[in-house]
Design a protein around this ligand. Structure first.
Ligand SMILES: [Fe+2]
Length: 239
């Protein structure tokens, strides 16, 4: 193996290790699902659904548009094929509805600012950062599935197709995304370390908001957002 290939492999392994450590830290800090109230369980499923149902395919598509290496496209399209062919958004909705946890306007709006930041980040179409963000997201989703299934079962649902499928297929998807990361880094060997985890950090913040929103959106804030006259982030929220 050439020295440049060796250093690329080392760099991907290093980044993968750092990303996995962040995922494991989040999973390790999840509250005990048995000790949550039904309202808290419903809220987590609802906010998770409000992000995943409408944004996952969109962000993977953004990553496919951003990627530049010929090796990246087949892997990313294969991931999107599964999402579309097996109708994962439908699977997500079925899961939430069966747990009586379909998101309300408050659930959507509790994540408004952090979701907007993530959407704007994806719009910058930065290949390496986007791919790393999606590798993190797939890896997190896969490890989060057992917990999400526990929440649904605590809410007396046995509709677990979404969590069953994503606990398994995302292992392969995550590995594929690290191959894409290697291919994209090979085209951008001078990609700076600084900022590499930009999307990962935004997603981590979004996940933290899913688990425990910093504020409960009030009706007047939602109304303000509708007519464009106010931002949701007020007291106690991130600026
Ligand atoms: Fe999916």
């Amino acid at each position: 193996m050439l020295t440049s290939e060796r250093s690329l492999c080392d760099r991907v392994e290093l980044v993968k290790g750092q990303t996995t450590a962040i995922i494991d830290e989040i999973i390790g800090s999840l509250p005990n699902s048995k000790r949550l109230t039904d309202s808290e369980r419903r809220g987590i499923i609802a906010r998770y659904t409000s992000v995943l149902e409408g944004n996952f395919i969109y962000w993977m598509t953004a990553t496919a548009i951003a990627a530049r290496s010929p090796q990246s496209q087949p892997i990313l399209l294969d991931n999107l094929y599964d999402e579309v062919h097996d109708a994962h958004p439908h699977m997500m909705r079925k899961f939430a509805l069966a747990a009586n946890a379909f998101p309300t306007d408050k659930d959507f709006m509790a994540l408004h600012d952090d979701l907007t930041r993530m959407r704007l980040f994806m719009g910058k179409l930065m290949p390496v950062r986007s791919v790393l963000a999606m590798a993190f997201f797939e890896g997190f989703i896969q490890k989060f599935m057992a917990y999400l299934a526990d929440l649904a079962m605590e809410l007396n649902s046995n509709e677990l197709e979404y969590t069953d499928v994503h606990g398994v297929c995302d292992i392969e998807h995550t590995e594929g995304l690290y191959k894409v990361l290697a291919a994209e880094l090979a085209l951008a060997p001078s990609e700076p370390e600084e900022g590499l985890f930009e999307g990962v950090i935004l997603l981590r913040t979004l996940i933290e908001q899913i688990m425990q929103p910093e504020y409960e959106p009030q009706a007047e804030h939602i109304a303000g957002l509708r007519n464009g006259s106010a931002r949701l982030a007020t007291s106690g929220a991130r600026g």
